[in-house]
Design a protein around this ligand. Structure first.
Ligand code: PLP
Length: 413
């Protein structure tokens, strides 16, 4: 559906077309799309020469520090379709004591827990819902491990759309309640996220729901891509040596890899790329298995289990894109244990004051391994992605009791 190009609301966008990520087949922009005919994710392509002429570093520097400062590299055409909740740029937090303890020198976390709905899913979903609104969608369905559903519920509320959400029945309680609180219908399903995805697929056929499963619509990648754009700018256009990304569907890893290419093509960065590390849990590591086997596609991981729910994804439709980016970058796919994840969360909070989510903890455990195995150097600058606020997860109780009616021995406190 084309919208009137009202001068007050039309923003310059440089989208030329969409492209199948496997076959390269072209699809028209400004139309509703799911997967390509080959059943693979569609990627948004831009007139990057046009974007290069329109966007300079000086222009960028004058804009508010939010996700929309990247408008020339984003797909929304009409500002009235933007369903914002305040997608602020997230800070880079130094972890000096953690780095020193592990024998590294330069370690920072990009703290994505500061975004609306307290996870980086906001980046993808604000874009996908804005585009769904632009293209006339009214009913959205999604399988989720929690945070994606929460972000969808919030933005669907802003857009005035109906959201129907299915999650595994052991999804963190706060997420399930958060989704419902934000006006969506949420069902706990006795299965994993891909079982929930099958229900969404069936409902899409029978009821015409628009399927918002990871990478099954083209725009979540564009939102998640802003992590890479933002990171480059925050590091003064010098990408780090290594990025550790907790990988479920891989949207963020694929998105950042795309962002770096686009930044190079508009002349903002050179050809240097970070080593990309796809981090998974030992109990659900389909990308690690495929990486180690040297194959292009990953098989479903049976009996997936880990405390890091956000990366409990047995099967990813963008598997080959994740593996390609990791290999081209000279990085690796690494699996870490739940015990290492929990220890990482505990240690960083105590040493450097940042409460990671379990998935963020996984990236630290992987950083430690990469150092020990020589996959990165001790002087390398590494960035971890803390993808959600640690406050969304159950915490251990280490409090002590005090009876105010008894004499208090202050020296002993
Ligand atoms: C969704 C999610 C991930 C995985 O992100 P992808 O880009 O889909 O791989 C990791 N951690 C948390 C907390 C998440 O919500």
């Amino acid at each position: 559906m084309r919208h009137d190009l009202n001068l007050t609301t039309h923003r310059p966008t440089f989208v030329t077309h969409l492209e199948c990520s496997l076959t390269g087949e072209h699809y028209p922009a400004d139309k509703l799309h799911g997967l390509s005919a080959a059943g693979k994710p569609l990627l948004v392509r831009y007139d990057l020469d046009g974007a290069r002429a329109a966007l300079t570093k000086d222009v960028l520097a004058q804009r508010p520090m939010d996700l929309w400062r990247w408008r020339e590299l984003l797909p929304v055409r009409n500002t009235s379709n933007i369903v914002s909740l305040g997608e602020n740029a997230t800070p880079l937090v130094a972890l000096p004591r953690t780095a020193a303890r592990l024998g590294g020198a330069h370690l920072i976390a990009k703290d994505e827990g500061r975004l609306p709905t307290a996870s980086f899913k906001a980046r993808g979903l604000v874009m996908a819902v804005s585009m769904a609104k632009e293209l006339g969608v009214t009913q959205i369905a999604m399988p989720t491990n929690g945070n994606a559903g929460a972000a969808l519920a919030a933005y669907a509320a802003v857009a005035g759309m109906e959201a129907i959400i299915f999650c595994p029945d052991d999804t963190p309680e706060i997420n399930v309640r958060e989704i419902a609180a934000q006006g969506a219908r949420v069902y706990r399903v006795n299965g994993l996220i891909d079982d929930c995805g099958a229900i969404v697929g069936q409902g899409a056929k029978e009821r015409g729901w628009f399927d918002f499963s990871t990478l099954k619509e083209p725009y979540r990648i564009e939102g998640k891509k802003t992590m890479g754009l933002e990171l480059a700018e925050q590091l003064d256009w010098e990408l780090p040596d290594a990025i550790f990304y907790p990988t479920g569907g891989g949207t963020g890893l694929i998105g950042m890899w795309k962002a770096f290419d686009e930044l190079e093509q508009i002349g903002f960065i050179g050809s240097k790329r970070p080593k990309m590390f796809a981090v998974q849990a030992e109990g659900c590591a389909p990308m690690v298995r495929a990486f180690d086997a040297g194959v292009e596609f990953a098989e479903r991981w049976e009996d997936a289990h880990t405390i890091a729910m956000g990366i409990r994804v047995p099967r990813a439709v963008g598997d080959f894109l994740i593996l390609r980016a990791v290999r081209e970058s000279g990085g690796a796919a690494l699996a870490v244990s739940d015990a290492a994840i929990m220890a990482a969360v505990r240690d960083v909070a105590r040493d450097d004051g940042l409460l990671l989510c379990p998935e963020g903890g996984a990236t630290l455990a992987a950083y430690s391994r990469a150092l020990d195995e020589g996959l990165i150097g001790r002087e390398d600058r590494a960035v971890l992605f803390n993808c959600a606020s640690g406050l969304k997860y159950p915490l251990e109780d280490h409090s002590r009791r005090l009876d105010r009616h008894m004499a208090i021995d202050f020296a002993a406190l």
